[in-house]
Write a protein that binds this ligand. Sequence first.
Ligand code: NAD
Length: 715
Amino acid sequence: MSGFNYEKDADGIVTVTMDMAGPVNSMSPKFSPLFKETIAKLEAEAGLTGVVFASAKKTFFAGGDLNSLLATTADQTEAFFNTLQDMKADMRRLEKLPVPVVSAINGAALGGGFEICLSTNYRIAYNHKSVQIGLPEVSLGLLPGGGGVVRMVNLLGLQNALPFLLEGKKVTPEKALEAGMIHELVDSVDELEPRAKAYLVEQKGNEAAAVQPWDTKGFRIPGGNANSPKLAQVLMGAPAMLAQKTRGLLPAPEQILDCAVEAARLDFDTAMTIESRGLAYLAITPQAKNLITTFFFQMNKVNGGASRPKDIEPQKTKKVGVLGAGMMGQGIAFSSAMVGIEVILKDISVEAAEKGKAYSEKLLDKRISRGRMTEEKKAEVLALIKPTADDADLQGCDLIIEAVFENIELKNKITQSTEKYLCEGGVWGSNTSSLPISLLSEAASKPENFIGIHFFSPVDKMPLVELICGDKTSDLALAKAFDYTKQIRKTPIVVNDSLAFFTSRTFATYIDEGVRMTTEGAYPVRIDNLGKAIGMPVGPLNVHDETSQELTRKATETWEAMGVKNTWGEQDAVDEMLAFMIGENNRGGRHHGGGYYEYGADRSKTIWPSLVEKYYQPDFDISDADIKDRLLFRQVIESLKCLQTGVLRTVADGNIGSIMGIGAPIWTGGFLQFVNTYGLEKFQTRCGELAAEYGERFECPQIVADKIAAGETFQ
Ligand code: NAD
């Protein structure tokens, strides 16, 4: 049987080794017939004493077929449901074989992969951190529809199963054993199959070993069924807690909770049917399409190097110079040293540089206190960071990243005074958040080696880096910056030069629109709440208080000096607001004496009364729907403009960048993907309505009409 190897030994044990065509085993259309045929053969096998399910691939089994899931349309719901039911009936046949079945888990068993394991009687895993176990479907807008919800609830009890189902937690074999998801560990892959067979030999004559717990007489779900008084109480609060987390924007967790409760209430087979209905429903939701597209396919593309120049050898960074040991520089130093890169951390005085290094020490101590790091490793990391005030220490760096104040003259000056210390072919990166890279690179003797490496704050936590190519940036410099970003375990997106690049520029429209509606007379807290209601992490005014009005003022001043102010977008609302907030009231943000909100020493936060007094108009008439769309569409339109003008080079970079760098709502799959499932024509129409009512900034970018004419979407 091509795809599944079937081998019976002298003890009557059959080993089924899954070895499907392609790099992984998965639930592709080829899986069902293979599985069905195998089960039928096992049922008919004379003298069978046990079965081992194993894998010939590096991973045990990769799970569902996301390509088919993505392609499933509403009119195929019933057919999809039937396919699921059919596959689950086969899994049920497997667990009802009269002999014990063991899964020998040699590599990752996630989603559908772990669901196969759950339909075997005994699970043994190779104890290695590469072997991840779990049901991460929720993160793709789906639910484990191959029996995962129902079996996990029956296995662990409702309360213990929920975190795995609702959060899609992936765990190591040790943790899976602790949680009761698997039964046994072995220390090497080679021991797996022999141990599985030995177990089966041990169980000879033990009929109970062939019966799943939920099929034994008198079985009770651990922790009780959904009607038990203790659980009933938990369940009363659960939907509200979930709604608080998802803000009602993600249907998958709600379906999972529903289905898990049903599994703890109804008989096994009925619950299975409900589970299939749940997945069939979710598979066609726009949210699932968005999450699968962006978090699986596009994330793989981005991390796989789709935006990295081809044909350039891997560029490993060995010694990095970090100029400026402030908030950003200290984080860049930490992230670099953590992966073994030698760091020269330079500031204007040794004391300032040492202060920057102390930041790493603080982060490392935190890890030690949580048992996640040893003292030796801490010493190793710290030894890699050399604080200094002497440029000459930069000698031989293959990469220098500057993170000094946002000031062109200063940045130009340090480029000229330190680039000579770079080794042959070394690359210069600027962490500027808003200054054009082409302009900054004019100060360099080799502008082709100059690139923007834009980190996000706090650097040690934020997973994204935006790489900005200036007019002259070479492919080699881009490859170097790209590989460095991967080396420090972050995700690189690549964009072309533009004022504030892609992320900061798009993010600025969110703040601008929030400020604009405030000046028009909407109640500020309402605007912030509706920002959260669309799924942004915080409201626009709130976030402006954090990033600070002061920073906006400085950036505006810089642009004014450069003569580029007001060459892009409408900024008059923000200008007016800055004049009122900073000019008249000296309120430059949360850490600059307060902002739109007042921040009490007792951590209280209330709207600043003078803001309301100045702008709020109780009779200003605007619907919640319009406020929400204005906040979302501004950012989507700006992203489309970035794509249209080549600031964004790929759709994948735009989606990943908007989610990881701007905080775009997860359910959208990113600001460009949003348009695909909203519908391009519908999007055009809504833009037209918003433009007519609120101004030309809402006019739909031409690229949408072009895509419609070409019959394409944003891919
Ligand atoms: P910061 O004020 O915390 O740190 C700047 C550091 O540069 C200070 O320690 C200062 O002493 C040092 N410095 C000044 N002149 C120097 C010189 N000649 N040589 C060496 N060091 C010098 O600033 P920050 O928030 O870390 O920002 C640094 C850069 O990163 C800016 O360009 C900023 O726009 C950019 N950025 C900031 C953020 C953020 O959220 N803070 C995000 C992305 C990018």
